[in-house]
Design a protein around this ligand. Structure first.
Ligand SMILES: [Zn+2]
Length: 360
């Protein structure tokens, strides 16, 4: 799991939301033939606004409601309101997710049922597709724009698959609805609910409607310091059911067991089957570890001294030199924090490097 720097979307946000509004206003939903073409933009935006309020999301997400008097609501005000929803933060979406999920659990004959709401279901099915297919003035589709705006090159869920664009096409990437769009159609177009991911991860997550997962966009998400590995000299990993299987790498939550987030990080490991991903990486890991065995800390120091002999006496230059040496030998495949999302597999190499160096 990798954190994604959501600030990268800052400059793209407005263009995205305007385009999403345009898609709603220009594309008609099936089953509303009685609405005249010229009335469509007003109808669809007003209807969506009504639904958001009806399901209680405005209050839950802290979106300022418009006047109670329908006649007083101008279309521009409604546009502005919907734009706020389209650009809701992952934290706002998370709150609404909790709320809607509990509502679904306590469903009674009086309460509105999202899964049977023809407008909302038609909305999520039609507009998400249409938005992805929509092209900007240079002919680049918006699903590619979303990915490129974030500037990431590795799947945030597994950290190992390359995702990116080639020309005007998206490569190896899909957009995962972090909160799924069938059960929660309100967020089908929310920019911060769309996580570019590899198709394997998207597929894996498809059925998980999990409140406990942490979004790569969340402010407090810190997978780098909370998820790490343990290296076993004898290859085994204990399964939850008490059995063992062979692996020299064990993925685990490395933060305090009693921390508030412990279970959420654990859930992320489980849902994306990260243990399997690290195991598939074992051969690469063995080569990398071998390099570290061949160049232990003392030898790095020795090489550094040899290199430093020719007139590099200043302490600062020595530190720089040493850093470069370490860089060449071990750190070339590592990265920290949000930088990891630019380099596939860098989180795994970083975990290996840290764990091995700590031990030796
Ligand atoms: Zn992935």
């Amino acid at each position: 799991m990798l954190k994604v720097n959501r600030k990268k979307h800052d400059e793209f946000e407005n263009e995205y939301a305007e385009m999403a509004l345009k898609v709603m206003e220009s594309k008609r939903l099936e089953g509303y033939d009685d609405i005249a073409d010229e009335d469509w933009p007003s109808f669809v935006l007003r209807e969506f606004y009504e639904k958001i309020v009806e399901y209680g999301l405005a209050d839950e997400m802290g979106l300022e409601k418009l006047s109670d008097q329908v006649v007083e609501r101008s279309l521009d005000d409604i546009r502005y309101f919907i734009k706020k929803l389209l650009l809701a933060t992952p934290e706002q979406i998370h709150r609404a997710h909790i709320y809607l999920k509990s509502m679904k659990k306590n469903l009674n004959s009086e309460s509105p049922d999202i899964s049977k709401d023809t407008f909302l279901q038609s909305f999520q099915k039609t507009y998400y597709r249409a938005m992805c297919e929509r092209k900007d003035e240079r002919g680049v589709k918006y699903n590619v724009r979303i990915l490129k705006s974030l500037g990431i090159r590795s799947c945030p869920y597994c950290g190992c698959e390359y995702i990116g664009g080639r020309g005007k096409k998206i490569l190896g990437a899909e957009l995962d609805h972090f909160v799924n769009k069938t059960d929660y159609p309100f967020f089908a177009l929310c920019l911060y609910n769309l996580i570019p991911s590899c198709s394997a991860c998207n597929n894996h997550k498809r059925k998980a409607d999990d409140l406990e997962l942490i979004s790569p966009f969340e402010e407090k998400a810190d997978f780098d310091s909370n998820i790490g590995i343990r290296l076993h000299s004898r290859p085994f990993v204990r399964e939850e059911d008490g059995t063992y299987h062979e692996s020299s790498i064990e993925v685990r939550v490395i933060s305090d067991r009693y921390s508030e987030e412990y279970d959420r990080y654990k859930k992320n490991i489980k849902v994306f089957a990260l243990q399997d991903i690290y195991e598939a990486f074992e051969d690469e890991a063995a080569l990398y570890l071998d390099r570290m065995v061949r160049y232990p800390g003392t030898q790095v120091e020795e090489i550094e001294q040899i290199l430093a002999m020719d007139g590099i006496d200043e302490w600062q230059s020595r530190v720089r030199y040493r850093h470069r040496l370490e860089q060449d030998l071990f750190l070339d495949r590592c990265a920290e924090g949000t930088e990891q999302s630019k380099k596939p597999e860098s989180k795994m190499y970083t975990d290996l490097y840290r764990t091995y160096r700590q031990k030796n």
